[in-house]
Design a protein around this ligand. Structure first.
Ligand code: PXG
Length: 458
């Protein structure tokens, strides 16, 4: 089995043996999966030779772009030297030490300590157990409820999936686990009505205060939120939201967890979303852009105060691949490239401002109700009626799916979340590639508009 096999044969074998995430396998197997064979820069190539502009950087993660040989060389070298050892049982190794020191330097505030995982989900499972252990060690074992948002996304393990507010996920598998509480999200476009966005931002932040008072502040351990909700549809909160969340966490003495799995490592135009939104978290979840997806790795950056308590006990938690040496070495090389090639700096100074102008031009399209962009993550809301921001009559996601299919037909990857289209391209995207992205998006919108009209959905 190789890249040179006919597509149909690869699809048949895939259908026979491979169960895909978040996919209706029966439907996919009828259609046949698109086989991606190679990638370079921001461009994917599939088994039919199509060159596809990857507006999603894989799954929000290939920040440094595809095809960086330095990453492969570092991985190979590390594999030859020390392909694996664990960090349990009083042992450590240079890749984990070096990456930890680098992350302590790179991250904002006093997030000077790292607990490693193999993914963002596992890191958020760590966070659930860490905040509960923290409060138990401080003599408050009953302070264990974690507050999160509806339509938030924190992963797909039972713990992290419970932190997330995706009801479709909860319905499959008896989630959420006990002592997780969800509050409304700062999604002005869909839920703000004619409330002033800044007033709305305060209202939705105060939903946290109401929940704390309802639950009892002695019961609430932490609040977790993504600076910008990613998988929820790139929901950029009004600027009044995070300062109020920060104030409430301080007032009621609850830990603040910023989930930067998507917003971290340059995505919002700064190294971290906490810098973009002025958040001072006790814990920060990281993954994705940490290694640009070249190797699976995640983790929790932990502030001095929480780390001090965690170091005062034996935290009975950890994973075989916590601090995997090859993954750490690859992540370290990735951070070196992002830093030394000035990639993050260029996003903030040049690329994001350029994309913002081009992305906002899509507002002129009849299907587009609003566009949002922060750094290099953006969204547009599809609507049948701009002024009222009306939803489509058809089931949510129908228009989004139609638009996504037309994107692929135009050799562009854009994700749909309900009837919002989202982008999160590699940070190395050039202005010319941005022009191509927007041109192909416009074509897909035209074709989706025509199809929605033909099907009487407009
Ligand atoms: C904010 C956030 N936190 C945690 C996770 C979980 O990370 P892992 O997947 O590595 O366990 C995520 C992951 N986000 C994610 C993962 C897969 C698909 C999509 C999508 O938008 O289609 C988004 C995420 O976006």
């Amino acid at each position: 089995i190789s890249n040179h096999m006919p597509t149909a044969e690869l699809q048949a074998l895939d259908a026979a043996h491979h169960l895909h995430p978040f996919t209706n396998g029966g439907e996919l197997n009828t259609k046949g999966a698109r086989i991606i064979t190679r990638a370079k820069g921001v461009t994917l190539t599939d088994s039919e030779g199509n060159e596809i502009l990857d507006g999603m950087a894989g799954l929000w993660c290939v920040n440094v772009g595809y095809g960086r040989k330095e990453m492969a060389e570092v991985a190979a070298r590390q594999m030859l030297e020390l392909p694996y050892y664990n960090t349990f049982f009083q042992t450590s190794h240079v890749p984990a030490i070096a990456l930890s020191e680098r992350l302590a330097k790179l991250s904002p505030h006093d997030l000077n300590h790292v607990f490693y995982a193999g993914s963002g989900s596992e890191a958020n499972d760590t966070n659930i157990r860490m905040v509960r252990t923290y409060w138990a060690e401080k003599g408050h074992p009953e302070k264990k409820t974690i507050i999160a948002r509806k339509n938030g996304y924190h992963g797909s393990t039972v713990g992290s999936g419970s932190l997330g507010g995706m009801t479709g996920m909860h319905a499959q598998g008896g989630m959420p686990i006990p002592d997780i509480h969800h509050i409304d999200q700062p999604n002005w476009y869909a839920e703000g009505g004619d409330t002033d966005p800044n007033e709305f931002g305060l209202q939705r932040a105060r939903a946290l205060e109401e929940a704390i008072l309802e639950l009892g502040e002695d019961k609430v351990a932490a609040f977790i939120g993504e600076p910008i909700q990613g998988a929820g549809g790139v929901i950029i909160p009004p600027e009044t939201y995070w300062p109020e969340i920060q104030r409430i966490c301080e007032q009621y003495n609850i830990l603040l967890i910023a989930d930067e799995v998507i917003t971290g490592f340059g995505r919002t135009g700064n190294w971290f979303g906490c810098e973009t939104f002025d958040i001072k978290p006790h814990i920060m979840t990281i993954a994705k852009g940490l290694s640009s997806g070249y190797a699976p790795i995640g983790g929790s950056l932990v502030c001095d105060e929480v780390a001090e308590v965690m170091n005062s006990c034996e935290f009975n938690h950890g994973y075989t691949y916590s601090g995997h040496p090859v993954a750490c070495a690859v992540a370290l090389e990735n951070l070196r490239l992002l830093d030394e090639e000035g990639i993050v700096e260029k996003v903030g100074k040049e690329t994001a401002p350029y994309l913002k102008k081009k992305w906002e031009s899509l507002n002129e399209h009849p299907l587009v109700g609003e566009t949002q962009l922060c750094g290099l993550m953006g969204s547009m809301a599809l609507t049948p009626h701009k002024d009222s921001r009306a939803a489509f009559a058809a089931e949510a996601g129908t228009a989004g799916l139609i638009c996504r299919e037309h994107c692929f037909a135009n050799n562009l990857v854009m994700r749909h979340v309900g009837d919002r289209m989202v982008i999160s391209p590699p940070l190395v995207i050039t202005n010319a590639e941005i022009d191509t992205l927007v041109e192909r998006a416009w074509k897909a919108l035209d074709q989706a508009h025509a199809q929605l009209k033909d099907e009487g959905l407009l």
